[in-house]
Write a protein that binds this ligand. Structure first.
Ligand code: MG
Length: 188
């Protein structure tokens, strides 16, 4: 994946096999009329959807940011800027896969991801298993590597009023190759 700007401006550190790195991702999108809703690469029956430049899949955006962040590879907006018309209405599953490929090229693999979706409506809980399977399939990892939890906004704030949905993810990466950390070069 080529960055959309000349340089990431951030040399990722050297990798040593077995080394682990943590990453954090957060995202939020506004709910607007018209379904279906798309979260975690999974369509959920609802009369609203998330508004954004891409398909606004809040969970996949947060997960992509967590993966990139763990490898010090900037964020999803760096690789797929919302100023690029090519990214309009784009399938965030494609973006997630591309981000993880970049992470893998830097010598890492995913150990596990733990995610939280904050939504007053619809209830995400009944869809958690399908979402976990979908994400695991996209990343080619065991389903047991992916955790998705669902929280309501307890009726408080913009989430609680049903105006938006938020997602947070933490991931753990493990280095699998010795690497220079520069431009994806590896010493194998
Ligand atoms: Mg987003």
């Amino acid at each position: 994946m080529a960055p959309d700007s000349p340089s990431s401006g951030n040399d990722s550190p050297s990798t040593i096999p077995g080394m682990v790195r943590i990453g954090l991702g957060h995202d939020s999108h506004r709910l607007v009329p018209g379904g279906p809703l798309r979260i975690g690469g999974t369509e959920i029956p609802f009369d609203k959807h998330l508004d954004g430049h891409s398909d606004a899949d809040v969970l996949l955006h947060a997960l992509s940011d967590a993966l990139l962040g763990a490898a010090a590879l900037e964020d999803i907006g760096h690789w797929f800027p919302d100023t690029d018309p090519a990214n309009q209405d784009r399938d965030s599953a494609e973006l997630l896969v591309a981000c993880y490929q970049e992470v893998c090229q830097h010598g890492y693999q995913l150990v596990n991801a733990d995610c939280v979706v904050h939504a007053q409506q619809p209830r995400i809980g009944p869809h958690r298993e399908a979402i976990c399977k979908r994400i695991a399939s996209l990343l080619a990892v065991d389903t047991g590597c992916i955790s998705v939890k669902a929280k309501t906004g307890e009726g408080l704030g913009p989430v609680g009023r049903g105006e938006m949905i938020q997602a947070e993810c933490v991931v753990l990466l493990q280095a699998v190759t010795m690497g220079t950390g520069e431009g994806g070069k590896r010493n194998e």
